[in-house]
Design a protein around this ligand. Structure first.
Ligand code: ZN
Length: 417
């Protein structure tokens, strides 16, 4: 069996648009053959058999939905997942704010039933529980579901589906609120997913979900948030259509800053769209996001960013300086692999998640180490890979900075701090 065979078994090409079902798709961004960016490697042997898949984004000329051309089997992607939402303080603060605002909107009288899809380690669910809600998580990663259950947050270790929704409704009744943060972009069969949500809601209930917003992806050159898990890149216009065809109505959409700029969308069984929905739809139009030429321009810009970053790091290296990276995030991995930045330029990657330490960063195979390494073996420059948490990373490395350490921020444009 040749080395490429396993890849064929676990991925398929997407021929039709996920929203409109049409086939008029144009590839605008090609980031190359990338490894699975959340598959941290435990040994050099694992690195030898590492599968790679094309990472290309297509634009649908019919409905403006952007999406990946290749879908990797979710059982391969999510069986074990190393991203723990509770690790990031920024994300914890976000969960606090979200539970507070939704708690105020949906009330805590009569113990409302709140279901979270892809509930991770229960970071958000625990806050609803504290507010007196009945809660239930649905989480496909075994390790995370186990953590949540151990913490007293009932969690089904399952993928979201119509069958699971029916089972939950039969056992617990309909839900006042279904929440999904940063999960819809990962869903291949979007309509089945949304129909299952509609089937679980009580009349007057709401589905609140958060997804990275394609407007920010384009405006801020966030190409490194494209990876195999992120199948869809949402604008509001195709989302309105996907919801409508699944029995849901888009009620509201709010922008906020997390994962590089996201939108929180509220959908109900029936509702009129808020003024903000109209404003965002008009903005998408104004930015030319329904036109192919805009996407081709974006791709040229991304190629330029790559050239500038590689040239800059090469120049630092040429002056005999040492370089390390901070934040072994998925997006950082896309950046390094796409730009071909490996051991020849970077010595190691620091990350604060214990589960990642001691492993190799996918594709580029850089060692992932704890923050102590910055003290024992400091570099001259630190490339900040988790650029959406820059403030947190700067605080975490104040010692390094005090000793004269410099920082390189790669996105949205190259900055040296
Ligand atoms: Zn389409």
């Amino acid at each position: 069996m040749s080395r490429s065979d396993p890849s064929k078994e676990i991925c398929r090409s997407a021929a039709a648009c996920r929203v409109c079902g049409g086939g008029d798709l144009v590839r605008f961004l090609d980031l190359g053959e990338l490894p699975l960016v959340n598959r941290y490697l435990s040994s050099p042997a694992a690195a030898r058999d590492e599968p790679r898949f094309p990472l290309e984004i297509f634009f649908c000329r019919t409905c403006s939905m952007s999406q990946l051309g290749v879908v990797v089997d979710p059982r391969v992607l999510y069986a074990e997942y190393d991203y723990h939402s509770s690790v990031s303080k920024t994300f914890q603060a976000h969960c606090d704010a979200m539970a507070a605002s939704l708690g105020a909107e949906f009330g805590s009288a009569n113990q409302p039933f709140v279901v979270e899809i892809a509930s991770n380690d229960g970071c958000l669910l625990t806050r609803f529980k504290e507010r007196g809600c009945r809660v239930l998580g649905v989480e496909p990663a075994r390790n995370l579901a186990r953590l949540a259950n151990a913490a007293g947050l009932p969690t089904l270790n399952e993928f979201w589906s119509g069958e699971i929704a029916r089972r939950i409704r039969a056992e617990h009744g309909p839900a006042r609120l279904v929440v999904a943060t940063n999960v819809l972009a990962h869903v291949d069969d979007l309509r089945s997913f949304l129909r299952a949500v509609a089937g679980l809601l009580e009349p007057g209930g709401a589905f609140v979900f958060e997804v990275p917003y394609m407007v920010n992806f384009m405006n801020r050159a966030e190409f490194d948030t494209a990876y195999h898990e992120h199948l869809s890149y949402f604008l509001l216009r195709p989302l309105v259509r996907a919801l409508r065809e699944s029995g849901l109505a888009l009620a509201d959409a709010q922008e906020f800053e997390i994962h590089g700029g996201s939108i929180r969308v509220t959908a109900r069984l029936s509702a009129a769209p808020s003024a903000n929905v109209g404003r965002l739809l008009a903005w998408e139009e104004e930015l030319g996001l329904h036109e192919e030429a805009t996407y081709l321009r974006f791709a040229r810009h991304v190629a330029t960013l790559k050239e500038e970053l590689v040239a800059f790091l090469g120049a630092i290296k040429g002056r005999g300086k040492r370089l390390a990276a901070y934040g072994a995030s998925a997006k950082g991995n896309v950046l390094l692999n796409y730009c071909g930045i490996g051991r020849d330029l970077v010595d190691y990657v620091v990350d604060d998640t214990p589960a990642k330490q001691g492993k190799l960063y996918p594709g580029v195979h850089l060692p992932i180490v704890s923050r102590d390494r910055l003290r024992s073996d400091p570099p001259d420059y630190l490339l900040l890979l988790a650029w959406n948490f820059v403030d947190e990373l700067l605080r975490n490395t104040s010692d390094y900075r005090a000793r004269g350490g410099r920082y390189v921020v790669p996105i949205p444009s190259l900055r040296v701090l």
